[in-house]
Design a protein around this ligand. Structure first.
Ligand code: GSH
Length: 219
């Protein structure tokens, strides 16, 4: 059994599973994936032994269980990455923690109306509330890139947990045709070009479970 085991949902429509998965991949940590098919009659039964919240993702490390995407990323950064999951400077780290927490806890319209679906490719005209949320993400991306991005192509220059938290949004924006500023669009493209993001999308597209928007909109 591997030291790190990550319980994840369907790659096609589990955005939060993607965040720690991407961190583990980017930092070359060996881990076992435990995939659980979400939104089935027996999903809760299958998640029960692993997940106190009956949600994914869950990280199993020795006898420790960590659930919730951002908590897992924090744990990995602290325990095995020597803190390097976050930018090094206090100012950047504070901003990266804030922007990560913001996407994690907010944006209800985006999560409900544009659920992640690696197979989707269409133009969905956003209502005003969703437009405001897209504009806020555009502002975060553009501002961080301008202020902090000089040492690389990611939100804070080099890759960090903040990029893990926004990678699923890049998939959603691409799938549903979000109109972004050129700076935000370039950052979205950086995320979409990441080889592990590509891998996740490819696996998601191969999954055969029928997509139910009613289910996916709870993700
Ligand atoms: N805030 C949690 C959200 C976890 C979450 O909602 N996961 C979804 C999949 S992305 C899930 O497990 N849904 C199953 C369900 O709601 O039954 C996190 O970031 O880990």
């Amino acid at each position: 059994m591997k030291e790190f085991r990550l319980v994840i949902g369907n790659k096609n429509y589990s955005p939060w599973s993607m965040c720690p998965w991407l961190l583990l991949k980017m930092f070359d940590v060996d881990f076992e994936e435990i995939p659980i098919q979400l939104y089935q009659d027996n999903t809760a039964e299958k998640l029960g032994p692993y997940s106190p919240s009956l949600k994914v993702p869950v990280l199993l490390h020795k006898e420790i269980t960590i659930w919730d995407s951002l908590a897992i990323c924090e744990y990995l950064s602290e325990q095995i990455l020597g803190g390097s999951g976050w930018p090094a400077s206090p100012r950047r780290r504070a901003s990266a923690r804030s922007t990560s927490a913001e996407i994690h806890s907010g944006f209800p319209n985006l999560k409900r109306e544009w659920p992640m679906n690696c197979k989707a490719s269409c133009q969905l005209k956003p209502a005003d509330a969703l437009l405001n949320e897209i504009a806020r993400i555009d502002a975060i991306w553009s501002c961080c890139r301008r202020k902090f991005g000089e040492n690389g192509r990611y939100l804070y220059g080099r890759f960090s947990i903040a990029d893990c938290m926004y990678a699923p949004m890049a998939i959603c924006f691409d799938a549903y045709g979000a109109e972004l500023s050129s700076e935000a669009n370039a950052y979205m493209q950086t995320l979409l070009d990441n080889p592990f993001v590509q891998k996740w999308i490819t696996h998601g597209r191969r999954e055969q479970e029928p997509l139910s928007i009613a289910y996916a909109s709870n993700a």
